[in-house]
Design a protein around this ligand. Structure first.
Ligand SMILES: CSC[C@@H](O)[C@@H](O)C(=O)COP(=O)(O)O
Length: 350
């Protein structure tokens, strides 16, 4: 797919610091934020300045380097303890997206494998691994988009939830990569974009990315999806995910489960696009996936405007889990995975 349509880089390593687009300002303003220490990145992840499972993994990998680069005059044992402390700290920023832990574990393993080497060499290698994770994600996302094409017919009306585009990844996205590539192939598609309350990743970010790529879409409120499906206006649904358990149960932005139940009721294919780094084979099923709960102000306010009476109690889970039986197929960089998921997801790693 053409580069110019996806020219905006959500995250970039610039000599000695990380530059992200602060996604909380989009679409009104494109504000860049330079991150020079690990605390700043923890905060950026927590506040969703950088968000989306693969992008969080990349951000955490760079933050790891920012956290270790100034450590000097230390034994390997001391360095390793410090590295484990850093990994634990970064992992505490957001609990659901497993890409975060996946990236941190990959760096910890690299450090341990280099235990006989000088500390300066290990530090340089950590930066190299972070850059590799970033570059691999770009290639992976492109491949997901290509692999998903056999599932998208010409003139399809596609419904998607949250934001799964270049902003949520190194580039291209996951579910949105399939949509970008379908458009690029001239399939004449149309996208229904869920607004995605409470933080409006659909209205603010997916609508922005689709406008930039000149892909026809309409923004709908989350609760319109049942009406759209019942009226025959949706041919397929494709979403991303933050963590898939070994049996295929899938955590994604709150509201995804509702969509999957409706899709099943209306016999509409429900697809999940993801890199292998989002699969967590250590969890046998979805009830074990930690679900992030966020601040009540996200519910009582609409943007900065308060809509609920003062002191209104809230419950604000950021994700839900779609049971594997509601999912038609997963689209990964290694191809399309159909049921039985326990068996077929495991095969991806053999
Ligand atoms: C390719 S992104 C997949 C998921 O991370 C995405 O669908 C999602 O739910 C993001 O949630 P967010 O809270 O905005 O980080």
């Amino acid at each position: 797919m053409s580069e110019n349509k996806q020219a905006v880089k959500s995250i970039e390593w610039r000599d000695d610091h990380v530059r992200i687009i602060d996604q909380t300002f989009l679409p009104s303003r494109t504000v860049y934020c330079d991150i020079r220490d690990i605390g700043q990145m923890w905060d950026a992840i927590k506040k969703l300045k950088v968000r989306g499972a693969p992008a969080i993994g990349i951000a955490a990998a760079y933050a790891f380097y920012l956290g270790i680069r100034d450590i000097r005059d230390i034994s390997f044992a001391g360095f390793n303890i410090e590295a484990e402390r850093i990994a634990e700290y970064l992992a505490s920023s957001r609990p659901t997206a497993v890409n975060l832990k996946w990236a941190l574990d990959r760096i910890l393993m690299t450090i341990y494998a280099l235990r006989e080497k000088p500390i300066e060499e290990i530090k340089a290698k950590v930066l190299e691994v972070a850059q590799t994770i970033h570059q691999e994600d770009i290639r992976t996302c492109r491949q997901i988009g290509l692999n998903g094409q056999e599932l998208i017919p010409k003139k399809a009306n596609i419904l998607t939830h949250c934001n799964t585009g270049g902003l949520a990844t190194g580039q291209y996205g996951t579910a949105l990569s399939m949509i970008f590539h379908a458009h690029e192939e001239g399939k004449n598609i149309h996208v229904w974009v869920d607004e995605t309350r409470p933080l409006l990743q659909g209205a603010r970010l997916t609508a922005w990315e689709l406008s930039q790529a000149e892909i026809p879409f309409k923004l709908v409120i989350d609760s319109a999806s049942g009406h759209l499906m019942k009226s025959g206006m949706v041919d397929l649904i494709v979403v991303g995910t933050d963590r898939v358990a070994a049996n295929g149960d899938t955590a994604n932005k709150i509201g995804t489960y509702n969509l999957s139940v409706l899709a099943k009721a209306h016999n509409i294919p429900f697809y999940v696009a993801l890199p292998l780094s989002t699969i967590d084979l250590s969890l046998s099923h979805g009830d074990l996936i930690p679900i992030e709960e966020r601040d009540s102000a996200e519910v009582t306010q609409f943007g900065n405007a308060r809509v609920a009476p003062p002191k209104t109690a809230t419950f604000n889970p950021a994700f839900d889990v779609t049971p594997a039986e509601n999912i038609t197929a997963f689209i990964t960089e290694k191809g399309i995975v159909r049921p039985p998921f326990t068996e077929n997801l495991k095969k991806l790693f053999e």
